[in-house]
Design a protein around this ligand. Structure first.
Ligand code: RB5
Length: 147
């Protein structure tokens, strides 16, 4: 699985931790930055990762800013993206089961390393349930296509 990864300065440290974790699981990672703690705009980085997922260049994406909010809002502006802001393992599992979430957002200033990695693991390993949930996602996609 190829993962598009991006953060701003508020998510930089957690992005590096997540990157190391993914590489340790033999996953391919496309890191769109940022590359330091210097202040940048989360929107610049979130869009790049979201476009990689939407274009099929990456299978899924993980984006991180200070709260996870700004970068998740950004990612969800890209057509075809269902980016879920998760700070607990239950939500990470459920958003895969019910929303077929293709991007995960987290806040580097909100949660610690161990919880973040458990969230990532649950989100990566949980399958979409389909069925009635597919119909609901289809309605989101229908709306996107009408715009
Ligand atoms: C940057 O200071 C901070 O605003 C950003 O990382 C994020 O939390 C925005 O939603």
């Amino acid at each position: 699985m190829k993962i598009a990864l991006a953060s701003d300065h508020g998510g930089f440290e957690l992005k590096q931790i997540v990157k190391e974790y993914l590489l340790g699981k033999n996953m391919e990672v496309q890191d769109f930055g940022t590359d330091s703690l210097a202040s940048v705009d989360y929107s610049d980085y979130g869009i790049q990762a979201a476009e990689a997922v939407a274009n099929g260049d990456a299978d899924r994406g993980i984006v991180i800013c200070g709260t996870g909010i700004g970068i998740s809002i950004t990612a969800n502006k890209v057509k075809g993206i269902r980016c879920s802001l998760c700070h607990d393992v239950y939500s990470a599992e459920m958003t895969r089961c019910h929303n077929d979430s293709n991007m995960l957002a987290m806040g580097g200033r909100v949660i610690g390393r161990d919880l973040a990695l458990r969230i990532v693991q649950a989100w990566l390993e949980t399958d979409f349930e389909g069925g009635r949930h597919l119909r609901r996602i289809q309605k989101i996609e229908d709306y996107e296509l009408k715009k």
